[in-house]
Design a protein around this ligand. Structure first.
Ligand SMILES: Nc1ncnc2c1ncn2[C@@H]1O[C@H](COP(=O)(O)OP(=O)(O)OP(=O)(O)O)[C@@H](O)[C@H]1O
Ligand SMILES: [Mg+2]
Length: 249
């Protein structure tokens, strides 16, 4: 069992907000300097989910393709995973006030839960510290000079690239071993730090057994990252990787 970095969560501590690290369409990440009761400090990444525009289906469609598709994903991803009670499932499908609240509330907790599980299984993910409503605190990957680059922006040479790819596949074996698919895996949701590949950004992760689309999401994840490595000149075969992963189910 991996030892929990408990001083990160032990109270009392004081937090100082060092400012915004990234601000995007789905979330804003701030860097927080946390000082524990014994004087030790650590940097924490605070992810704040931007309000999701969950309204009536038609209205969403009218607001633009992107939001409409993220709404569709929301329902699709959640199908078979979260809403086991038929009453809840119906509420989500009908987009009643209760259904909208269900969608909103479960988003944050889900990312925390998935990352806690993967962290315990030994995957290189930032330690998920705590969550509340629309805020999720996690271990910051990087140092005072800067955050870890996304794999996309890390300057890796041939051997470095091959090493990173092996780490991605090893990581995927752990994810699949836990019965999950990331659901949005890309060179933007992988970080490169200390010669390690870190997996991040799990709110849409799905359960492979419960979600009828689970294997499709896994296949898309594999295809997506393999395409990126291929473009960088690494000769990798997505179907081979996918087949290898299925053995770990
Ligand atoms: N724990 C962390 N340590 C260092 N950097 C992080 C951490 N978490 C996120 N980041 C940086 O912030 C970016 C956005 O985070 P994340 O991928 O979790 O959110 P997102 O939903 O993709 O947000 P958006 O779509 O708005 O970019 C990441 O690509 C990464 O560069
Ligand atoms: Mg991301």
């Amino acid at each position: 069992m991996r030892p929990e970095p408990d001083w990160l969560v032990d109270e009392p501590y004081t937090d100082v907000d060092l400012g915004v690290l990234k601000s995007g369409k789905e979330a804003q990440i701030n860097i927080i300097e946390r000082t524990g009761h014994d004087g030790r400090t650590a940097l924490v990444a605070r992810k704040r989910y931007l309000p999701r525009q969950v309204t009536a289906k038609g209205a969403l469609e009218a607001m633009g393709v992107q939001q409409a598709s993220s709404f569709r994903n929301d329902v699709e991803y959640r199908e078979g995973r979260q809403f086991r009670k038929s009453r809840d499932r119906r509420a989500v499908e009908r987009m009643s006030a209760y259904g909208k609240r269900l969608l909103q509330d479960r988003w944050t907790g889900h990312e925390h839960q998935v990352m806690a599980r993967l962290w315990a299984a030994g995957l290189a993910v930032p330690y998920p510290i705590a969550y509340a409503e629309d805020v999720f605190d996690l271990e910051y990957v990087g140092d005072h000079d800067g955050a870890a680059p996304q794999l996309h922006g890390a300057r890796l040479d041939g051997p470095g690239l091959a090493n990173a790819f092996d780490q991605v596949v090893d990581g995927l074996r752990i994810v699949v071993g836990e019965g999950l698919a990331h659901g949005d895996l890309s060179a933007y949701n992988l970080l490169w730090w200390d010669d390690r590949v870190w997996f991040i950004d799990f709110p849409q992760a799905v359960d492979l057994a419960a979600n009828p689309q689970g294997l499709n999401y896994l296949h898309a994840d594999v295809t997506n990252v393999c395409r990126w490595f291929r473009r960088r000149g690494l000769d990798v075969d997505p179907e081979e990787v996918f087949a290898d992963l299925l053995v770990h189910l």
